[in-house]
Write a protein that binds this ligand. Sequence first.
Ligand code: URA
Length: 260
Amino acid sequence: MTQITDETRAALAAQVKFYRELGIHSFYRRGEAPEELSEQAELPKTAEAKVLPVIQNESGDKNAALRVIRDDIGECTRCRLHKGRNKLVFGTGNVNADIMFVGEGPGADEDEQGLPFVGRAGQLLNNMINAMGLKREEVYIANVVKCRPPGNRTPEKDECDTCSPFLMRQIETVKPKIIVALGAVAAKNLLAMNDSMANLRGRIYDFKNTKLAVTYHPAYLLRDPRQKAEAWKDLQMVMKHLGMTPPAKAPIPPAQTKND
Ligand code: URA
């Protein structure tokens, strides 16, 4: 059996503490269900296997670190959503992005292509990003749950809880300057607050080692385009926070798709 040195043990303990502070309490061994590590318990002998991927994340190579996270997710069967999954939707974009958009979970188009926000809501998100003077390739995009909920239902709390540690690791790896939570599911899960969108929007939160703003989900904006002006206010707040110059023609309704 591999001996764990004191140095490795200390590094592992520091990593565990760091991830606990991020709100992550479960560490996965590939292909296994989460298992709680007790606060007081000494690191179990298997700890090296459980948390080594996290330590590798310190390499500074964000692409490699994201690949490790993707490998850890594997052919996931940790929650019931895997049953209806075609393709798992990990996330995509610029690993050095200042802005990370977080949605709820894949829809039919995303499930088919394995990429986030590629359907109609995705077109609107692209337009929102473009309205900020950015290209989709310049931001990072991920979801709370990585598998499509059947019939596009809202993901259940246990499904979000099972998948969230991976999102937290994506956030910790990309290190965006700000996260934009798209809709109530993303906002409530990330902030652990159960409040209305009206109350959640309109401010910049301290979130772990970064910031977070909440805006409407593009699918909601497709249903109620009048709210685009409000969403645009949220995006302008994000731009101001980042010191970005608003586009010359502002204010622009953030996303006119051909179908709107
Ligand atoms: N809605 C989401 O929340 N995420 C996607 O990737 C697509 C639609």
